[in-house]
Design a protein around this ligand. Structure first.
Ligand SMILES: *Cc1c(COP(=O)(O)O)cnc(C)c1O
Length: 511
């Protein structure tokens, strides 16, 4: 083959336009009604893999055939997070301005590691994070950086907290094999996200370096227990160094008492990190700003725009009031990355583990501008309103019960037929059997509702009870989807209870 016959280089731009427009049309059709698909992918494990070739394509293929397979093979295996009845986990949501931001940042394909490797990427990141800081009502001494996820943000917080123990020289000497230094202890609540414990594993303090503080009856960290734990540990030779509080815990969205925790941290000289990955976004509403009360005293805080600020995954906003400590923990500049701008610019690679960085600020800029603070707030307010509505349906139905307060847009509840509640009151000895039955009833209920493809909810476990969670956060969710989910829950609960209730728990047969 002669050189002139070889097709090198990128796709020709005539084809790019053709398929680019087609892809945009595809997206618009998809987003016009994502509810034509089942929310939860109805495929078996391995089904998608088996539909795909085992070996890589030897020869070029046409974009037509690739897009055809997208529809036929990939889409059936998609769980539709865009579906307005996606109520599982935290129902994170993207938005069209965010999709356009992703498209354009892929086109630029800049690496935002240094200021000079794309000044606009660095400076836009500084600006949009400062906008978000203002919307959240946090003070100006919080400096922001975007990481991919809250897990990584919290890992950076914990590493900075460890670096703040300057006398230990952990950066230089490590932790292993040093009998001259005490073991480090971090505190978080029993309800904290698993990423805190994972971070502890990574920074070398181990799972035993995490002490989980009990919660009150509303699942909030008990500050008296925190204080007691810190003092007890100090007496027995541990070195307390960090508290990770949560605003919006993963199971129930409970809010730790940050003002009291901040006071303890100040008194004991501990780093306070606040994990507000989901709940923080609500603080852009004036009437919800109180959820971040006390956070102005934290050393660091994470809020995920990809959770509840209409940003396509991934984007996690990390704020730190001690950026010099963060930088001391992470800055390590090899010769080939030295630049002459010095302290006049921010080189984001100095503030984190990764060198290469995506241009995530672009999508945030487009989203914040397109919706405005008011538009973002109005959508979150609607989600909170829908969750209140759902909460009132649960509370008013004698055959259901709510199992935690719902301060945001996530509701924890279970089916609990009224006659069983009555039975429990009359014969407390039956409690274990009733609880066992309710657990299996609710597990079956969740599965039955999800199998309809008309709604997708997830679960948690609270005090040994199987709990169904309904989380509202999708930009397309309206009341009709929430009420349809409620009807499904009621209908299936009634049916399953009739079918599966053990005879010993049948109270009165009135039919
Ligand atoms: C979602 C969530 C996380 C994990 O977020 P990632 O960005 O997926 O790592 C951590 N903490 C809380 C409170 C969360 O809601």
């Amino acid at each position: 083959m002669s050189r002139s016959q070889t097709h090198l280089g990128d796709m020709n731009l005539k084809d790019f336009r053709k398929y680019g427009y087609r892809a945009i049309d595809w997206i618009a059709n998809y987003l016009a009604n994502p509810d034509k698909y089942p929310v939860l992918a109805q495929v078996k494990p391995g089904q998608i893999r088996e539909a795909l070739p085992k070996s890589p394509p030897e020869n070029p293929e046409t974009m037509d055939s690739i897009l055809k397979d997208l529809d036929q093979i990939i889409v059936p295996g998609i769980t539709h997070w865009n579906h307005p009845a996606f109520f599982a986990y935290f129902s994170l949501t993207g938005s069209v301005p965010g999709i356009l931001g992703e498209l354009l940042s892929a086109a630029f394909n800049v690496n935002a590691m240094l200021w000079k490797t794309s000044p606009a990427a660095t400076e836009l990141e500084q600006v949009v994070l400062d906008w978000l800081r203002q919307m959240l009502g946090l003070p100006a001494d919080f400096q922001g950086i975007i990481y991919d996820t809250a897990s990584i943000s919290s890992l950076h917080a914990m590493t900075a907290a460890r670096e703040a123990l300057a006398d230990l020289k952990v950066r230089e000497e490590g932790l292993a094999g040093r009998s001259e230094i005490p073991r480090l202890r971090l505190y978080t609540s029993e309800q904290a996200h698993s990423s805190i414990e994972k971070g502890a594993i990574l920074i070398g303090i181990g799972q035993r370096g995490v002490r989980k503080i009990p919660v009150d009856n509303e699942f909030r960290m008990d500050p008296a227990a925190l204080r007691h734990a810190i003092e007890e540990d100090t007496r027995s030779g541990w070195r307390p160094f960090c508290v990770a509080a949560t605003v919006g815990t993963t199971s129930t969205t409970s809010i730790d008492p940050v003002p009291e925790i901040a006071e303890i941290c100040k008194e004991k000289g501990l780093w306070l990190h606040v994990d507000a990955a989901y709940g923080g976004a609500a603080a852009i509403l004036p009437e919800m700003r109180h959820v971040l009360d006390g956070c102005e005293r934290a050393d660091s805080i994470v809020v995920n725009p990809h959770k509840w600020l209409f940003t396509p995954i991934d984007a996690s906003a990390f704020y730190c009031r001690r950026p010099d400590t963060l930088r001391r923990a992470f800055s390590l500049v090899p010769e080939y990355l030295r630049t002459s701008e010095g302290e006049t610019v921010r080189n984001y690679m100095d503030y984190g583990i990764q060198l290469g960085r995506r241009f995530r600020a672009l999508k945030l800029w487009m989203i914040f501008r397109y919706f405005g603070h008011k538009g973002l707030a109005a959508r979150i307010r609607e989600h909170i309103g829908l969750a209140r509505q759902f909460t009132s349906w649960i509370d008013d139905d004698p055959d259901f019960e709510r199992l935690a307060p719902a301060p945001f847009s996530t509701v924890c509840f279970r089916a609990r037929p009224k006659d069983l509640a009555d039975l429990l009151e009359k014969s407390p000895k039956a409690a274990d059997e009733i609880e066992r039955y309710l657990n299996s009833l609710n597990e079956a209920l969740l599965e039955a509702v999800n199998a309809t493809g008309l709604a997708y909810l997830s679960h948690t476990r609270l005090r040994d009870r199987f709990v169904i969670r309904l989380a509202i956060g999708n930009i397309r969710t309206t009341e009709s989807y929430v009420s349809r989910a409620w009807k499904l829950l009621r209908d299936h609960a009634r049916r399953l209870d009739k079918e599966f209730r053990p005879s010993a728990l049948r109270v009165h047969e009135d039919g």
